[in-house]
Design a protein around this ligand. Sequence first.
Ligand code: SAH
Length: 246
Amino acid sequence: MILGIGPGDPRLCTPQVSAALADATDLVGYRPYLDRVAASVDAVRHGSDNRVELDRARHALSLAAGGRRVAVVSSGDAGVFAMASAVFEAIEHGDAAWCGLDVAVMPGISAMLAVAARVGAPLGHDFCVLSLSDNLKPWDLILRRLRAAAEASFAIALYNPVSRARPWQLGEALALLRDLLPGTVPVVFATAISRPEEQVAITTLAEARGDQADMRTLVLVGTEATRLIRRPGNTPWLYAPRGAPS
Ligand code: SAH
């Protein structure tokens, strides 16, 4: 089983995923994600750091081939910048017997959906999703995709905006967007959504800075059409109108 446990709040983990976790004999995943699985789940926990995805996938597949009921755990949705791809890559290039395993992928609530719901409905019209991490793809390709998304007026959700090893990428991405879009376009910095330390800041592209994000932040860039409804004493609502301007 390959599953996503949602963005943090246990209530945002689907009943299907909770049942699969309760049934598993082994949990495989990045250690902080395994720590979020309820202590009542009585399975062997194989925690790892976040740089060894393929090794982790192979390990899970060998355990499953040996008859264990293995849950490969990601945060959010396992298919969005997460372990599901690594598992299929390992199957395609690994032991032929792994193709015969009963692999199920269970959807989860991805960070962009939790963040969008938290601030209103900014992804209600066409949008696109990018990871700003250049660990697995060249920075040039990221800039090319970002430029194309901005030129096509997509709202943009940016995953992995920064990490300790990648401190400058978000600043450069915002600078590129400022060259292409009006400074009034709203930008959301949503950190650790649905967890106790949650933080949301809504600003404009003109004022957005790269140091407003950390590893737990999703950055949402609106479009010229994104509407903002001010609410005294509270964060404003943002929404994408149902129709795009013609
Ligand atoms: N599979 C996950 C994404 C993993 S990539 C999903 O579908 O959500 C890790 C990135 O996801 C982080 O750098 C951050 O950009 C985003 N993220 C994950 N959880 C988040 C949360 N609770 N709040 C805001 N962003 C989050």
